[in-house]
Design a protein around this ligand. Structure first.
Ligand SMILES: Cc1cc2nc3c(=O)[nH]c(=O)nc-3n(C[C@H](O)[C@H](O)[C@H](O)COP(=O)(O)OP(=O)(O)OC[C@H]3O[C@@H](n4cnc5c(N)ncnc54)[C@H](O)[C@@H]3O)c2cc1C
Length: 507
């Protein structure tokens, strides 16, 4: 039996993609070359929007995947940009998760694997995919030596993606110049909150508590900046040792904090690349397979999980045969919506690269200027918080459309429950804010109508006056209206279902 979708790569993005596809009724399986789930803690910073989208995954016992991670992580009110001294405050953000959750990446992967296991979605470990080719009707692969086929394939196989190469998708970008150190360790002299150290002769280092016992230390020595690509390759190939780490910390911070018992050590680089397209025929790319950059501000994992969220419901609609062209290759397609986000991701990390790796007096002055902007909590700080948290990431709003269109819908109160817990990757939500609104007739298998309480005092005033809003399966606003006009047309355009228009006077 040919699968609907094969996902190559059982990292966080592949697992999330499979989980959402399965929740949308798609037959999916994952192939992962490692023989078991990873124990690496790489991405530890989980931003609010990621916790919001993980709330879509219903474990079935009253908990969501976000609840599982919340019980395992550490909440931190502030997020850093470029490890600057002054930090962004998430406290006032309009979300049930106004903080950063510090949680090792292996825990995120474990929560997703357990979710998939409970649903009997196959995750094949020790199954390296070696060949990928596609025809007009299907994609064929060889995994662990065995041939398999599916209607579609998602390449979530990381930075060195073989799927990307097999599909012939270019991966242009800049050459790396910096090598950083990163490790999860224990400290004899623990720190109780994140500390950032700058030493203009030696380098910079960050010391960030992860759990009661584990601390993430990362940074860059001045001698590891301004390298050629060859030097970066050679330096990255040298294993980081506890002695290297201790020496670097002493030089930068004046102490090594009594560092001992590392559970993970690695060297990072500032390689920055972005796939020329996210789709070739029946093959799609997501996560690090589509974009890599300096690991700064904790963004790769977060943007990758949101790629998966944008991709899964559209691919599910395509598999089920009802996706309008706009969702496949059109203006609301995965490539059209997510490539601009990764372009900003690359720009944001390049800007942090410039702030973090310039140890001259000019670099110091630039950092002080940015600290001032953040400390004043003005427009720039709000823009950075909106971007890093993921809450302000929106999609294209057609000319003349309501100001809410494209934005992420906040966790509005519905008559029963709240919006985030009502989202499902296989249908839209039609929110009815007008008491007497007869919108039930617009419901279908693709649109659930939900009575919503008219919100007041929202940061975006559009919500105060809207009488109905069509919310996409990924939680973004597809259509909003203050009079009720255009709703039936909007539903038809997004879901392919035709309805009788609703007269405005009935609303
Ligand atoms: C030091 C460091 C710190 C980071 N910190 C953060 C952070 O705080 N926050 C954040 O958001 N991001 C962070 N990141 C980035 C984050 O780790 C990545 O963006 C994230 O892992 C991407 O997930 P992915 O699933 O796309 O790719 P990966 O995690 O790379 O997963 C890809 C999977 O595909 C498998 N695979 C590859 N080829 C094949 C094949 N041919 N067949 C089968 N399987 C294959 C691999 O074994 C792997 O399991 C950090 C990264 C690093 C290196």
């Amino acid at each position: 039996m040919t699968m609907d979708v094969i996902v190559v790569g059982g990292g966080p993005v592949g697992l999330m993609t499979a989980a959402l596809l399965d929740a949308a009724g798609v037959r999916v399986e994952v192939y992962e070359r490692n023989v078991e789930p990873s124990g690496e803690s790489r991405g530890t910073t989980m931003h609010p929007r990621t916790l919001e989208v993980l709330t879509m995954l219903d474990i079935g016992d009253g908990r969501r995947v976000s609840d599982v991670l919340m019980a395992q992580g550490k909440r931190v009110r502030h997020a850093h940009f470029a490890t600057l001294r002054d930090m962004l405050d998430y406290h006032d953000l309009d979300t049930p998760f106004p903080f950063v959750l510090m949680v090792p990446q292996w825990r995120t992967e474990r929560a997703l694997v357990e979710y998939l296991r409970a649903r009997a979605v196959p995750v094949h470990y020790g199954a390296e995919v070696t060949d990928v080719e596609q025809s007009a009707d299907e994609v064929r692969i060889r995994a662990g030596g065995t041939p398999r086929a599916a209607r579609y394939l998602v390449g979530a196989d990381g930075a060195h993606s073989m799927v990307r190469r097999a599909a012939g998708i270019d991966f242009p970008g800049g050459v790396p110049t910096v090598v950083g150190f990163v490790a999860d360790v224990q400290l004899a002299e623990p720190v109780h909150s994140a500390q950032y150290f700058w030493n203009h002769v030696a380098g910079h280092a960050s010391v960030v508590p992860l759990t009661e016992t584990t601390t993430r230390v990362f940074g860059v020595e001045v001698t590891d900046t301004g390298l050629t690509a060859d030097q970066v390759r050679r330096r990255q190939a040298e294993p980081l040792t506890p002695e290297d780490l201790s020496r670097a910390l002493k030089a930068i911070c004046g102490t090594d904090f009594g560092v001992h018992s590392p559970s993970w050590m690695s060297r990072s680089s500032n390689t920055s690349r972005h796939a020329a397209c996210y789709r070739k025929g029946r093959i799609l790319l997501a996560g690090d397979a589509a974009h890599v950059h300096l690991p700064a501000g904790g963004q790769g994992l977060n943007v990758g999980l949101q790629d998966a969220t944008n991709l899964a419901w559209k691919l599910a609609a395509e598999v089920h045969g009802w996706a309008p062209e706009r969702l496949i290759t059109g203006e609301a397609g995965y490539d059209s919506e997510r490539r601009p986000v990764a372009e900003r991701l690359v720009a944001s990390t390049l800007a942090q690269d410039a702030l973090m790796h310039n140890f001259s007096r000019a670099g110091e002055a630039l950092r002080e200027m940015f600290c001032g902007f953040i400390e004043r909590r003005g427009e720039l700080a709000a823009d950075l918080s909106g971007w890093l948290s993921g809450l302000a990431v929106g999609y294209r709003r057609p000319e003349g459309a309501h100001s809410l269109v494209g934005t992420r819908a906040p966790d509005l109160a519905l008559t029963q429950g709240t919006l985030l817990r009502a989202l499902r990757p296989d249908r839209f939500l039609l929110l009815d804010f007008a008491d007497e609104a007869p919108l039930a007739g617009l419901g279908s298998t693709r649109v659930e109508v939900a009575a919503a309480q008219r919100p007041t005092g929202m940061p975006d005033p559009g919500w105060d006056t809207v009488c109905a809003a069509l919310i996409r399966p990924d939680g973004h606003v597809a259509y909003a209206t203050e009079s009720g006009s255009g709703l039936a047309d909007a539903i038809a355009a997004w879901t392919g279902f035709d309805h009788e228009p609703v007269p405005a006077r009935e609303l």
